[in-house]
Ligand binder design. Structure first.
Ligand code: MG
Length: 362
């Protein structure tokens, strides 16, 4: 037994480490919602979730008013039971972003406890497939950057031995997108992977037009070309173009991924541990994708996703966007383009609790 005796939720705003823009939005700040759980066997688990600038207080209110009080007296060893009881205690607000983000903060705390109780790293507790995962860089590919800046960023990534770079697309003119991508392809050569991301900004007609224009550049994937709830549109685009279609960062349940995979609308799965509701559903999505012979390249949150992508056989890449450096003592170790899965018991994030307390908003 590992009975939950106390739990609390709180919010801090973590400033962005660099200006990040895409075709529809800017990353304003990382609203980081924490849940801290104490159990009667003397363990403390810290979980977290996030937004990129709005909605964080709604997530916090759901946790404080409804979900966290339900944790009292539950046995934290029963990971699936805790997830199901918490998630389905709020059927009227599920499935949805706010609820999944809230449940993720609890579920990651429950997994932190599980790892600490059994003295295991997350990569081992979650399955244990390998000790490192390749990185691709997103920080050099934001939409506001000039072509010269994109070329510089991609050259830096190549020099560091990284295997891929992601560039935002969705400039008003398809030719401008093409010229930016072509300049990067020219400098990195034929072998480096180039991913592009439209952040759901296009119609099917426009996405087909852009995909056709991009095809000679041998792109590694075309991410979120259409609104995330347009499964039929993504399926039609996947049939139309040879560029693999990547989706997942805007999905909030396992069933949404099942529908995408069943419709052959997703060829790379980008499940986000916070947005899907925690590690428990994240692993279900990853295993589901494996059954469809589809690779997983999680969205953002490299600090936790490196352990999860290393825990599964179909983990392909982790996205390089460091964002927790202002509230951690140390960061993910990178060697020759690979991120190493932390070996410490727990989630493997070296939190700086003093700085976290100082930044606490509510
Ligand atoms: Mg994206």
């Amino acid at each position: 037994m590992s009975i939950i005796t106390s739990a609390e939720a709180f919010l801090i705003d973590v400033p962005v480490e660099t200006v990040r823009t895409d075709s529809v939005q800017a990353f304003l700040k990382q609203e980081t919602i924490f849940v801290r759980i104490t159990t009667d066997d003397g363990n403390i688990g810290l979980g977290y979730s996030y937004t990129i600038g709005t909605g964080g207080t709604a997530v916090l209110a759901l946790l404080r008013d409804y979900l966290v009080p339900k944790l009292m007296g539950m046995d934290s060893q029963y990971v699936e039971k805790v997830w199901n009881e918490i998630y389905y205690s709020t059927r009227a607000t599920a499935t949805g972003a706010i609820t999944s983000l809230a449940v993720a903060a609890i579920d990651t705390a429950i997994w932190d406890l599980k790892c600490k109780r059994t003295n295991q790293s997350l990569v081992i507790a979650a399955g244990g497939y390998r000790d490192r995962v390749p990185l691709y860089d997103t920080e050099g590919g934001w939409l506001h950057l000039t072509t010269e800046e994109l070329v510089f960023g991609a050259s830096e990534s190549k020099a560091k031995g990284w295997l891929g770079v992601k560039l935002k697309v969705g400039k008003a003119d398809v030719h401008e997108d093409f010229e930016r991508l072509a300049a990067v392809r020219a400098i990195v050569g034929p072998k480096m992977h180039i991913m592009v991301d439209a952040n759901q900004s296009m119609t099917l007609a426009e996405a087909k037009r852009r995909a056709k224009a991009f095809e000679p550049l041998d792109l590694f994937w075309f991410e979120e070309p259409l609104p995330a709830d347009d499964i039929a549109g993504h399926a039609a685009l996947a049939k139309f173009t040879s560029i693999p279609i990547a989706v997942g960062e805007t999905m909030y349940s396992v069933a949404q991924f099942q529908q995408y995979l069943h419709s052959e609308a997703a060829e790379i799965i980008q499940v986000d541990v916070a947005r899907v509701g925690g590690i428990t559903p994240w692993l279900k999505v990853a295993h589901l994708a494996e059954s469809f012979n589809v690779k997983v390249c999680p969205h953002f949150l490299m600090e936790i996703h490196v352990s999860l992508a290393a825990a599964i056989p179909n983990g392909l890449y982790v996205e390089h966007i460091p964002q927790l450096r202002s509230i951690t003592h140390s960061e993910i170790v990178i060697e020759s383009g690979f991120a190493l899965a932390p070996k410490t018991p727990g989630l493997g994030i070296d939190w700086n609790f003093e700085d976290i307390e100082k930044m606490r908003i509510v």
